[in-house]
Design a protein around this ligand. Structure first.
Ligand code: ACO
Length: 349
């Protein structure tokens, strides 16, 4: 059974840079608070009307496809991860297929938020291994800036997120000892409401009524969409940051160690860890816990913020472009986010 390799990788981030000081125009925050808590210095925001999650994905995909030495016409499957799709439905996969004038191939949309790209890679990997497809385009793209509360009320979330896209092309590898060694996917829905966007949705407060979750004031309403949702800012994401943080610092190391154990490897064998860029403090905690050096971990949240499904491919692409990921390296990808979901992948580059 052939392993799959990342044959080409690309990224796109919008040119519009938004600094922490820029955000102070809209909300009560400070560069000091944001940097101290998250490490973020700036992020990119897409053009409001001329860029979408899909158009950014197209730009990243073009680069990945070219670097893979193939063409859009040769792609035989799309896996698209995002939490900020252009439409509620259909998903961005078909919009990407249309925009890139691809053949009438399958297009799968993945809804696993910050773990989305790793879930997407894992699915694509299985299709390559079974021999069903030979050229799979895997994309993570987000246009968060269009759906955040930029008033002081939403500051704990809005300062964190940024826009951008990353893409890879997976192909079967011809070489021995190369490719995706294993992927590991997990979920625990117990805390689904701790990091969520409740509306618009079809829940009609079902989960709150069942007492499975304390929606507090964030999810009142039995309509798909209502004036109240707008007035009470219930159309924005909700996050209990501290709970997310506490779970993330446990699950990140756990899922990385799971991947290493599966392949009889140790943290010292990792050449480059690319953690989902949720918060620099989380990445630093994970690095310390695993005893990794600064050279073994790549972070770029300082420049891009948290780009959710796009963060792992953007960081991986940038690390590769800087020569920090080379042939023969052991690369570990890991993510944790809303769901909760978490995942890892171990790749011999
Ligand atoms: N600027 C200034 N003050 C702020 C801001 C801000 N942007 N945001 C919150 N505050 C204030 C709060 O109001 C609070 O004030 P108070 O003490 O007077 O009540 C104080 O700062 C502390 O707020 P906390 O929310 O407790 O701050 P915390 O230290 O937890 O940091 C943060 C918040 C950065 C969000 C952190 O909890 C975190 O990173 N959590 C993990 C996020 C994450 O990993 N998400 C997963 C990925 S996202 C996804 O999957 C979609």
């Amino acid at each position: 059974m052939p392993l799959s390799k990342i044959a080409g990788i690309g990224m796109y981030t919008p040119p519009n840079i938004v600094t922490n000081n820029d955000l102070m125009q809209y909300m009560d925050t400070s560069d000091e608070w944001i940097q101290e808590r998250t490490g973020i210095q700036e992020r990119r925001y897409a053009h409001r009307t001329e860029e979408t999650t899909t158009t950014m994905a197209v730009e990243a995909s073009k680069i990945a496809i070219e670097r893979a030495g193939t063409t859009a016409d040769e792609i035989d499957f799309i896996v698209f991860a995002t939490l900020s799709p252009d439409y509620y439905f259909p998903g961005c996969g078909v919009l990407l297929q249309r925009a890139m004038k691809m053949k009438e191939i399958g297009a799968l949309d993945i809804r696993n938020q910050c773990s989305g790209f790793l879930y997407a890679i894992s699915v694509a990997d299985q299709f390559i291994k079974t021999g069903m497809y030979k050229n799979i385009l895997v994309v993570g793209s987000e246009k968060h800036s269009f759906g955040l509360d930029f008033s002081t009320r939403g500051r704990n979330i809005s300062v964190i997120f940024g826009d951008g896209a990353g893409a890879v092309v997976l192909q079967p590898t011809e070489k021995e000892n190369q490719g995706i060694l294993s992927t590991h996917l997990h979920s625990d829905g117990e805390s689904a409401e701790l990091l969520a966007m409740y509306n618009p949705g079809t829940h009609a407060n079902y989960w709150a009524a069942k007492n499975y979750a304390d929606f507090s004031d964030e999810a009142i309403g039995d309509m798909f969409m209502s004036h109240q949702m707008i007035e009470k800012a219930q159309l924005y994401p909700y996050m209990d940051g501290q709970s997310v943080f506490k779970k993330a610092v446990v699950k990140f190391p756990e899922v990385i160690m799971e991947a290493l154990h599966k392949n009889n490897l140790l943290p010292s064998d990792i050449n480059m860890l690319i953690p989902h860029q949720a918060n620099l403090r989380i990445s630093q905690f994970v690095q310390q816990k695993l005893g990794l050096s600064n050279d073994q971990v790549y972070n770029n949240i300082q420049q891009y913020g948290n780009t959710t499904a796009a963060s792992v491919p953007i960081a991986l692409c940038e690390a590769w472009e800087k020569g920090k990921v080379k042939e023969g390296d052991l690369v570990c990808l890991a993510a944790f986010g809303s769901g909760f979901t978490w995942a890892s992948a171990l790749i011999k580059w």
